[in-house]
Design a protein around this ligand. Structure first.
Ligand code: CP
Length: 304
């Protein structure tokens, strides 16, 4: 039995296989329509979500399976003090696979140690968000045709941004990737990540101004400044509109640069950018369904 806690849990070869499967699902959806008949996915979300929870549910329904779960810890027995370890023991009796989001870093990992079904980390605090990374990688591979040889700028909250952390780890395994981290001083990428990049001799630079690096980027990965991760409202208010990508800034970008964003968006991408053909964040959401379908089939060991 296999869990998914980090994007590094799959080798590059396994990821290629997963993305090939996702591409086949996109091309031949009917072939997979009953692949998970009789199977149940539990979505245990202790923290708010729109995309991750609903895309998992959509993925399971697309595969002919069923879904149960909760979208709010307050409506589960967590509100009465039940531990994650006890909850997953119950869920193991009700479902075949579980996607879990939790505000505490490591909670899905704790669940995995007590589970008799595969557990997928659907986002744990400011730590990791591996299925968002699978979505991001599939999107890049599908649009750019490769997962190597590019300069990627990650912009916004790089301190607490779990999607950025997971993506940096995942991309660091591919050849000739150059990172440009664009953030205010207070939201810089954590040192354990920059240390890892130094050790691996992976080029990166850290800047504050988006405009200064815009012409160099093949991919711009925008992120939201996350109110829920701040310790005080004053700091959030000061930093929340630090970056706003608008039409004027897009004029500095390459014609084939793509903009990705894990979403939800607040103000960091002006809606006027949505019509730019380089804005791919809504297409990215669709890839999230295909890759989660491929992931469910892989972890449930179902071959079609
Ligand atoms: N990208 C993402 O994790 O979105 P949700 O928080 O809506 O699931």
């Amino acid at each position: 039995m296999r869990h998914l806690m980090s994007p590094l849990d799959f080798s590059i070869e396994e990821l290629d296989k997963l993305f090939d499967l996702a591409a086949d699902i996109e091309a031949n959806p009917a072939k997979y329509a009953h692949a998970c008949a009789g199977k149940k996915l539990a979505t245990c979300f202790y923290e708010p979500s729109t995309r991750t929870r609903l895309s998992f549910e959509s993925a399971m329904y697309n595969l002919g399976g069923n879904v149960l779960g909760f979208s709010d810890a307050g409506s589960s027995s967590a509100a009465k003090g039940e531990s994650v370890s006890d909850t997953i023991r119950m869920i193991s009796c009700y479902a075949d696979i579980c996607a879990m989001r939790h505000h505490k870093e490591g909670a899905p990992m704790v669940a995995a140690t007590k589970s008799s079904i595969p557990v997928i980390n659907a986002g744990d605090g400011g730590h990791q968000h591996p299925t968002q990374t699978l979505t991001d990688l599939l999107t890049i591979r599908s649009i750019k045709g490769r997962l190597n040889n590019f300069t990627i700028g990650l912009c916004g909250d790089l301190k607490f941004g779990r999607t950025a952390h997971s993506l940096i780890h995942a991309l660091s395994r591919y050849a000739n990737i150059r990172f440009i981290f664009i953030s205010p001083e207070e939201l810089k990428v954590p040192e354990y990540i920059t240390e890892m990049l130094r050790e691996e001799n992976i080029p990166f630079e850290e800047v504050t101004k988006l405009e200064s690096v815009m012409p160099e980027l093949d991919i711009l990965y925008m992120t939201r400044v996350q109110r829920e991760r701040f310790f005080n409202e004053e700091d959030y208010v000061r930093l929340k509109d630090f970056y706003i990508l608008n039409k004027e800034k897009m004029e500095l970008a390459k014609d084939d640069m793509i903009i990705l964003h894990p979403l939800p968006r607040v103000n960091e991408i002006s809606v006027e950018v949505d019509d730019d053909p380089r804005a791919r964040y809504f297409q990215q959401v669709q890839y999230g369904v295909y890759v989660r379908m491929a992931l469910l089939l892989t972890l449930l060991e179902i071959e079609v």
